[in-house]
Design a protein around this ligand. Sequence first.
Ligand SMILES: [Zn+2]
Length: 506
Amino acid sequence: MARFFLTTAIDYANGDPHMGHAFEKVGADCIARYRRLRGDDVWFLIGMDEHGQKVAQTAQDRGVSPQALVDEIAATFQATWRALGISHDQFIRTTAPEHKAGVTDLIERIFRRNPDDFYERSYRGLYCVGCEAFKTGAEIVDGKCSIHPTRVLEEVEERNWFFRLSRYQGFLEELLERNPDFVRPEIRRNEILGLLRQGLEDVSASRSRITWAVPFPRPTSDGQAQTTYVWFDALPNYWTASRFPGSRAQWPAQLHVVGKDITRFHCVIWPAMLHAAGEPIPEGVWAHGFIYFGGDRLSKSAGVRLDLGEAIARHGPDALRYFLIRETGFANDGSFTWERFDERYGSDLADGLGNLASRTLAMLEKYRGGTVPAGSPTSLDAAGAATVTDYASAMDGLDLRGAAEAAWQLVAAANQYIVQVAPWTLARQGRDTELDAALAALAGCLVRLAVLTHPIMPGKARELWDHLGQSAPLDIAWAHALMPQVVGLKVRKPDGLFPRVPPTTP
Ligand SMILES: [Zn+2]
């Protein structure tokens, strides 16, 4: 059984979960569920980044302790992921003692193995509290941080520990060359190669100004105790996850799923840190695009709001998962509009898969008393087998949209097949052998679709599975997609998989 340790970026504990967070979790969950279907031993890690100045400030503004604030936010995120059917195995929080001890350990390993990798340096610059970072060059627009135009940049000087990232230039170039799949998709790999060509600058590893953070294990030479800077605190979560009681996380990770804005940290700083500590590096990083809402990026700082709870409630969590994957894919930027969401729901789910399921199951009930007959193979069986191959090769290449497209091509083919074969005519004319073959082929097609839609829409796939008379011991497994066994299944008449209730646009 192949091990598959999969992670998403940890979310910053400053505000409510939004569509961007959901997009990343749904995509990663789809990969996790697909790997489980294929028989991998999956460990799926998500969590929260809970330290830093913004958390401390927000807590102060609200008159609560930072820990109380992050406890509340973590609970909100976890409730949202439950509602969306995210199947993570572990939810890590960077304020946990296991993580903090792990951060200290990783930094100490670097000090021991490569004592010269950390050094002290004075730094003066313009600091954005929103980003918790010094800003230079194009990051400053009209004297303000380009991401936080409403905040004032502060002039700051401090003496910090620095990490000698520049030393790892050659190592990183070789890594990307030797392993072209380390950064995917290709466009992100090219960005990282471009960064490396420009040359790497050393990065801060500690801060004197941030108190809500993991203590940096060693004081500066003037005796000052500092705290660990965000990247040395957040990135190691993937590595510290295995220290938690009950965790089966095993380093290295097979895949980090992150947003395209933080590939630099995951593909440059993180592998360099690990290499400096003598630890293996992750097998790959997948960077997804952003979701826009009416042309604007969804994020708290930009002030564009699209209520995630409302989007989940509109047609149910599975419909939202389907929309995000089918409409956006996982490589590109995508756009969310209520109109488009309703359209997809109507055409692909209600009229597409829902209609196919209800027609097939109703005919099985009407013509064969709800029991799937034996029948010789048809063109639909061949189409189904081909779809399974296409779907698997798309999923294996992390082309989630391609996989959804393959499954829905089969939905369209099966709906066409019904029109073409006209089982009602076969029944009227008493052509029983042909009718049996058609009904068996349609039932087999639904079994395949229950398997293929499971990573995308786990709740609806389960409902379909139950309607097909499958029961707990016969759990959804890849073998059913390869070779559906349908003869003798007792199916139930559907009660509307995707009810057609056109809601009003809010
Ligand atoms: Zn900023």
